[in-house]
Design a protein around this ligand. Structure first.
Ligand code: NAD
Length: 517
């Protein structure tokens, strides 16, 4: 069977609802959100955001530059230095943030349509998982802040008491990618705000719509002006001045590894604190004693859900030689049956890639892969418009570029290993270290191997499930620092130590002349 795009034979919503959103977008220019108001770009320049299923313009967007960033940072600074937000009782902040969560739920349908149209991600994931997750981000961090903002105490004998308190840091710059914009933006916004910081968000240029809608939600939730500011635009034009701005203390970036290095360099002069969540090329090891039916489900879901545009995708499948042929045959069969379709068709499992430029990059890798390995299934575009690519599986070896470089599309590279040592060697022989997955019924081996894989996280006999309290981040070229749970609060707060003597301690006397030391 060759793939065909399901042409929205089924629709998630009444077509009139979707059309009304399209019409509204066609009439609106997506603006920045500064000091609690929607704001036009200072230079008046605009760009278009495209609909990945047909590459037609979906909306015009103000293209932000330094002037817009300066306005946004000034608003955030004022809100931090003089506004109520950092001074508010934590319980009050919690109330506002819980309201944001509620409003996300209330607007779930419209947010889901915007996100599906803008990113090409499919309805079942966006409506079913990501919009609820965005609301949960606000609920979780709002509640968690009440405890996570606690300090610690360090008594020193009975002479001194040291205690530490957490304070908000200042203005946080949040820079996000296009693959799952709403989920990633809320993952950063919620803890930053719960900690009492004020923020300037720079959403990805290919997917600005859900952030724009959040502006409306922040107004509805009565957030004080300047607490959240959003500037649209391109990385070099709107992201770079945010990173270099002296009034911004924190930069959290989720994006490519090369962007991470550029951003660090640009933030060095103003000594930014960074959290960098970067690229990945994550291994999944399948041993011959694993529950192969479940492992198969996990391979397919992990690489093809989110259109393969998932930072933690198991894009390197490393299978024990004894079962390699048989298991690969099943992987190929399932890949062939993955439903490629319109993002708003509830049956679709894979939608179009975000942008024609990204599709063309992924297709370049497909060509590279044909020279380096064996194309087992997919590799071709699907349909006559939009950025659809058939789920693709290659067999190659670990030195191949398609086994080493992040493709960020529905492309799986499979290889085989001989024994545990070989499995680990191949798993770690890559510059990235974001996620990893181990499938075996031997629990000792699972833990042994899991602990030794160089990655920010390992899932054992599990698909990529993410829980909000756990540390999230990468090692090697996949990033610096951890976010998630209390780790987010470590990033978004300052620890301040206070030292108090419990009795008059001896203070060395200087300047008293001879004999008084
Ligand atoms: P990207 O690095 O091109 O862009 C990310 C963001 O950085 C965008 O908002 C962009 O405008 C901005 N940016 C680009 N250059 C900049 C500069 N010089 N200064 C300031 N900002 C700049 O990444 P992308 O293509 O949008 O997203 C895909 C990448 O994101 C992949 O590498 C993927 O693995 C990674 N990602 C990582 C995680 C994670 O948690 N580790 C999650 C999702 C995506």
């Amino acid at each position: 069977m060759t793939h065909q795009v399901s042409k929205g034979s089924k629709q998630a919503f009444d077509p009139e609802f979707i059309e009304s959103i399209r019409r509204k977008l066609a009439r609106t220019t997506i603006s920045h959100f500064i000091n609690g108001e929607f704001a036009e770009g200072e230079r008046g320049e605009k760009f278009e955001t495209l609909e990945p299923s047909n590459n037609r313009p979906l909306a015009e967007v103000y293209r932000g530059h330094e002037e817009d960033v300066n306005k946004a940072v000034a608003a955030a600074r004022r809100a931090f230095d003089n506004g109520p937000w950092p001074r508010m009782k934590a319980k009050e902040r919690r109330k506002h943030l819980l309201r944001v969560g509620e409003l996300i739920e209330e607007h779930r349908d419209e947010l889901a349509v915007l996100e599906c149209l803008d990113t090409g991600q499919v309805f079942r994931i966006i409506h079913g998982m990501q919009v609820p997750r965005a609301a949960e981000n606000f609920r979780f961090f709002a509640e968690r802040a009440l405890e996570a903002m606690d300090g610690r105490s360090y008594p020193v004998d009975d002479e001194f008491l040291n205690y530490s308190i957490r304070t908000p840091v200042g203005v946080a710059g949040l820079i996000t990618p296009w693959n799952t914009p709403l989920m990633l933006e809320t993952w950063k916004l919620a803890p930053a705000l719960a900690a009492g910081d004020t923020v300037v968000l720079k959403p990805a240029e290919w997917s600005p719509l859900s952030a724009w809608f959040l502006g409306r939600i922040f107004q509805e939730a009565d957030l004080p002006p300047g607490v959240v500011n959003i500037v649209n635009g391109f990385g070099e034009e709107a992201g770079a001045p945010l990173v270099a701005h002296p009034d911004v203390q924190l930069i959290t970036l989720t994006g490519e590894t090369t962007t991470g290095s550029i951003v660090m360099k640009n933030g060095a002069d103003t000594l930014k604190r960074f959290s960098l969540e970067l690229g990945g090329k994550s291994p999944m090891l399948v041993f011959d004693d694993a529950d192969l039916d479940r492992a198969l489900d996990a391979v397919i879901f992990g690489i093809f859900s989110l259109n393969g545009e998932r930072c933690q995708a198991n894009s390197r499948l490393i299978v024990q030689g004894t079962i390699y042929d048989e298991f690969l045959e099943r992987v190929v069969e399932r890949a062939r049956n993955v439903r490629v379709g319109h993002p708003l068709d509830p049956d679709s499992e894979v939608g179009p890639l975000i942008h024609p430029d990204h599709l063309s990059n992924v297709l370049k890798y497909v060509e590279v892969g044909k020279g380096e390995g064996e194309l087992l299934v997919g590799g071709e575009r699907v349909g006559d418009e939009g950025n659809y690519l058939a789920p693709t599986v290659f067999a190659a070896n670990n030195e191949a570029r398609i086994a080493q470089e992040e493709i960020f599309g529905p492309v799986l590279t499979a290889m085989s290993f001989s024994d545990e040592e070989d499995a680990l060697r191949q798993a770690n022989d890559v510059r990235y270290g974001l996620a990893s997955y181990v499938w075996t019924r031997d629990i000792q081996r699972a833990l042994r191997v899991g602990h030794k894989i160089e990655a920010g996280g390992t899932w054992i006999n599990a698909q990529n499930v993410r829980h909000l309290p756990v540390p999230f981040g990468g090692v090697k070229d996949s990033g610096i620092g951890r976010e998630g749970g209390d780790f987010s609060f470590d990033f978004y707060t300052e620890f301040k130590n206070v030292c108090v003597p419990l009795r008059d301690s001896r203070i060395p006397k200087y300047g008293m002349g001879d004999g008084h030391h």
